[in-house]
Design a protein around this ligand. Sequence first.
Ligand code: IYR
Length: 232
Amino acid sequence: MINPKDKITIDNHEHVKYNQDFQYSVAEMIDRSTSFYHWLNKRRSIRVFSDQSIPKNVIENLILSASTSPSGAHKQPWTFCAVSNKELKAKIRIAAEAEEKKSYESRMSERWKEDLKSLGTDMYKPFLETAPWLIIAFKKTYDLSETNQKKNNYYVNESIGIACGMLITAIHNAGLVTLTHTPSPMNFLADLLNRPVNEKAFMLFPVGYAAAEVYVPDIKRKSIEEVSDFYE
Ligand code: IYR
């Protein structure tokens, strides 16, 4: 319950008092940030999934977590579509592989394909059927008013990009794995899922457990010196 004294009005809009009830001592902060980094650093993009089912309620929590993301003018310009239906997943796989075939055979440059070789990715996407869930993030470049007027949203790519990052972190936190899959162009997803005209597919995430035996490329992450510059 919010105490009425903890509310103020600014420009006719109500604001409630913010209570940061999760501050830590410096020692705890160091400890928490270190262990969070080590835990997050265990995340890997996984391309081979187990078909073990995951409760719908977990997927709802993952989407709610992603949807806590900040967004331009708090427009929350996204819809996360979650697919477990087998026939629909099969249709998505067929359409994605058709686009990927064209990409790998003619749209992608030789340098790009060379860059991907070490990651072991190709035009075949069996995970689109094996993973128990596919979450597809759709961005809303504009909202539609009741009278069907376009109302442009703000910083849409930034907003949904952050939300997708938070989704990936939530998936990792649940002990599950994912992959940022970007079949291009992605228009077939809006068609197959019957999305409204103002929604464009942004990224697709297969979600589930990793298959019992999976190998991932032996990549190294850049060091703090390589990814940062400090100005003290
Ligand atoms: N869009 C394809 C190809 C691909 C592109 C990049 I950049 C990758 O890092 C990995 C794959 C796909 O989603 O598989």
